[in-house]
Design a protein around this ligand. Structure first.
Ligand code: ADP
Length: 384
C-alpha cells in the first residue's frame, strides 16, 4: 500500500502512471484502476497540450508580423523573433514598450489602450528605417497588460505608390498625343480640309500620333501581362551564337537604312543557355532598336556574348549619344526617357519590358555608357 502511494506521488510529479494494485481488499483494486485511467488520461492531455504549444511557438517563430506581450507597467514579457527584426533591436525582453518601438505615436497607442482598456490601432512611417508599420494593441483584461501586434506595411505602401505613379504617368503620356490629335483635327475642320496638300500632311501626322498611341497600348498591355506573371516563359535550349546571328539578320536592314553597321562578335563554341527564345529575341531586338535610334549615321552597333560564371553575358554596344551616369539606373523604369526631345517617339517602356523578361530568366540587366561616345547594354542568362 505504501509503495502504491509512493508511485501515485511519483506520477503526480510527472513520472509514469502509477502501477495497478492487486491487493485482496474489496474496492481497492477498482480504485487503483480508476487512478491508473485518470493518470493515463492526464498524460495524454499533457502531451497534446505540449504538441499544441510546440505548434503555436513554431507559428510565432515563423510569423512575419511581430507579436509582443507587455505587463501592466509596459515591460515586455514575450516577443517573437519578428519584433527584433522590425524594430532593429535585440534589447526586447524586460525592456519597456517605449524602448523597443522608439516612436511616440506607437507608445501613445499603447498608453491609450492601457488607460481606456480598449484596443487601439496606429500606423506610422519610420523614415530612418524607410518603414511603414501598423501597431494593434489589445488589452489583457485579466493581467492588466497588453498584447501588441506589429505589421510591416512597407511593401504594400510601396506598391500603392508605384500604382499611383503609374496611373499618373499613363494619363500624362496619353494627354500629349491626344492634345496633338485634337489640334490636328481642329485645324482640318477649320479649313485645312479644303487645301488638299495641307490635308494630306495633317492626316499623315494624325496617323503618326495614332501609331504612337497604339504602340503604347500594346507595350502597356505587354508589360502588365509580364509583370503579373500571365506570360509563362517556355524554356528551351538556346545557342547564344545562333541567337545573336538570327536577330542580327532581322535587324540589319533597319540599321543599314539608318547608315549604321550591325555586327556580331562572339567566340564560337559558347555553352547553351536556358531561355524562352522568342522572348530573348524580343530583348535583343529592343536593345538593338534603341542603339540604332540613338546612334548617328556612320556609327556601329555590335552584339557580343561571353561566358560569365554560371551565365552567358550578352551585350549590345553602340557608338551613339550615350547616357548620363546618373540616369543609367533610371532608364529601366517605366516611362523613363533621358531626353524627351531626342527620344524618337519612344514610349519609355521598352527597357522595363526587357528588364522583366531578363529577370524572369533569372538574369539581370544593366547599362554602361560614356556620354557622346556610346552605350553598352548587358544582360545575363543562366547556362543550361
Ligand atoms: P524608348 O521607347 O523611349 O526607347 P526605352 O525604355 O527603350 O524607351 O528607353 C528608355 C530611355 O533610355 C530612352 O528614351 C533613352 O533616353 C535611353 N536609351 C535607351 N537606350 C539607349 C541607347 N542605346 N543610347 C542612348 N540612350 C538610350
Amino acid at each position: 500500500m505504501r509503495d502504491y502511494t509512493a508511485s501515485v506521488r511519483l506520477a503526480a510529479e510527472g513520472g509514469l502512471p502509477p502501477a495497478t494494485l492487486n491487493l485482496d481488499v474489496p474496492g481497492l483494486e477498482e480504485l487503483s484502476n480508476a487512478v491508473h485511467a485518470l493518470a493515463s488520461a492526464l498524460n495524454l492531455q499533457i502531451s497534446s497540450l505540449d504538441d499544441e504549444r510546440t505548434r503555436l511557438s513554431a507559428v510565432l517563430e515563423q510569423m512575419t508580423d511581430g507579436v509582443m506581450i507587455a505587463d501592466s507597467q509596459g515591460f515586455i514579457q514575450f516577443a517573437n523573433p519578428a519584433i527584433a527584426r522590425l524594430f532593429e533591436t535585440n534589447a526586447v525582453i524586460d525592456h519597456t514598450v517605449a524602448e523597443v518601438v522608439r516612436h511616440h505615436q506607437l507608445v501613445e497607442a499603447w498608453r491609450r489602450c492601457q488607460q481606456t482598456g480598449t484596443p487601439q490601432t496606429e500606423s506610422v512611417e519610420v523614415p530612418s528605417r524607410r518603414q511603414f508599420l501598423q501597431l494593434i494593441v489589445i488589452p489583457d483584461q485579466h493581467g492588466g497588460g497588453s498584447l501588441l501586434l506589429v505589421q510591416d506595411l512597407t511593401r504594400v505602401r510601396r506598391l500603392e505608390t508605384v500604382r499611383r505613379d503609374f496611373i499618373s504617368n499613363v494619363s500624362h503620356e496619353l494627354r500629349t498625343p491626344l492634345a496633338s490629335l485634337r489640334a490636328l483635327t481642329e485645324t482640318l475642320q477649320d479649313g485645312a480640309l479644303d487645301d488638299p496638300k495641307a490635308a494630306v500632311r495633317f492626316l499623315g501626322r494624325i496617323q503618326t500620333e495614332v501609331d504612337a498611341l497604339s504602340q503604347m497600348a500594346t507595350e502597356l498591355l505587354e508589360l502588365t501581362r509580364i509583370e503579373s506573371g500571365q506570360v509563362p516563359l517556355e524554356f528551351t535550349t538556346a545557342d547564344p551564337e545562333s541567337l545573336l546571328g538570327s536577330v542580327a539578320d532581322r535587324m540589319r536592314a533597319q540599321a543599314e537604312r539608318a547608315g549604321i553597321t550591325l555586327q556580331v562578335e562572339c567566340l564560337p563554341g559558347l555553352p547553351n543557355v536556358r531561355a524562352d527564345v522568342p522572348r530573348l529575341e524580343q530583348v535583343l531586338v529592343n536593345l538593338i532598336h534603341n542603339s540604332v535610334k540613338f546612334t548617328s549615321p556612320g556609327g556601329a552597333v555590335t552584339l557580343l556574348a561571353a561566358v560569365d560564371g554560371d551565365f552567358v553575358r550578352f551585350a549590345v554596344r553602340d557608338t551613339g549619344v550615350g547616357i548620363p551616369a546618373d540616369e543609367l539606373l533610371r532608364i529601366f523604369e517605366r516611362f523613363y526617357r533621358v531626353d524627351r526631345s531626342r527620344s524618337g517617339g519612344g514610349t519609355g517602356l521598352g527597357l522595363s519590358i526587357a528588364r522583366h523578361i531578363v529577370e524572369a530568366h533569372g538574369g539581370r540587366i544593366w547599362a554602361e555608357s560614356e556620354e557622346g561616345r556610346g552605350s553598352t547594354f548587358y544582360f545575363t542568362i543562366p547556362l543550361l
